[in-house]
Design a protein around this ligand. Structure first.
Ligand code: DX5
Ligand code: ZN
Length: 216
């Protein structure tokens, strides 16, 4: 399978959001990655429903919504209504993860589970068959522009191995510190969906960087 590129809107210019959404529409990107942070699960607050709806209004590609919030069950319906096409919840934020995953599927959204850098891949073993996607965090969630954690390669190989038997169509997404220097090795390790924020939006031509990430 060809890999997918999901630019992280967190690194966009919020005063020029429509411009940056159009840039992604007109680029070779596949999805919009939208980071929701509540100041509780992570030590940062990003944005909520009004901004998500504003993105949806202009976006011509699916919205991949990454919830870094405690007890996400409370808001799944609202995220669907605001335009989410896939919803990612954190393993560390869900007491009844199986129930939460079923609730996301009931909404006809792709269901994904993220794990923090210190959470073992083996904790996903009993839920992997239910998932459309797993998100391996390659930084501690909360901020764009952080340094990539090298141990991620090992974790990608582990999740790929688990998926071979349990869920061969599983999408494996990696998020944090992805750029043109590490994307090939990440793909070799097993990732097939790549989130990138800072490495795209810090460039003079974000659209060309998206193309470079797409054609590796
Ligand atoms: C981090 C977010 C990421 C972030 C990635 O908590 O989940 O999606 O925007 O940004 P970069 O690519 O700059 O590390
Ligand atoms: Zn993210």
């Amino acid at each position: 399978m060809d890999h997918l590129i999901a630019p992280s809107v967190l690194s966009a210019d919020f005063a020029n959001l429509q411009r940056d959404v159009e840039m992604i529409n007109n680029s070779e990107a596949d999805w919009f990655h939208v980071d929701i942070m509540d100041g509780m699960f992570v030590p940062n607050i990003s944005f909520g429903f009004p901004v998500l709806k504003a993105i949806k209004k202009h976006a011509k590609k699916p919205l991949d919504v990454h919830l870094m919030i405690v007890d996400p069950d409370r808001y799944l319906n609202d995220f669907k209504d605001a335009g989410a096409d896939s919803i990612t919840v954190h393993f560390e934020a869900c007491t009844h993860l199986h129930r939460t995953v079923q609730a996301i599927k009931q909404l006809n959204c792709k269901a994904a589970v993220a794990i923090n850098p210190a959470t073992p891949v083996s904790f996903l073993k009993d839920i992997i068959a239910e998932l459309d996607m797993v998100l391996i965090m390659s930084v501690n969630p909360g901020f764009g522009g952080q340094k990539f954690i090298e141990h991620t390669y090992t974790k990608l190989a582990e999740i790929k191995q688990l998926a071979i038997n349990a869920n061969p169509n599983l999408l494996i997404e990696v998020d944090g510190g992805v750029d043109t220097s590490n994307i090939s090795k990440l793909k070799e390790a097993g990732a097939n969906v790549f989130v990138a924020g800072n490495s795209i939006f810090s460039k003079d031509s974000p659209s060309d960087t998206i193309s470079s990430l797409k054609h590796i």
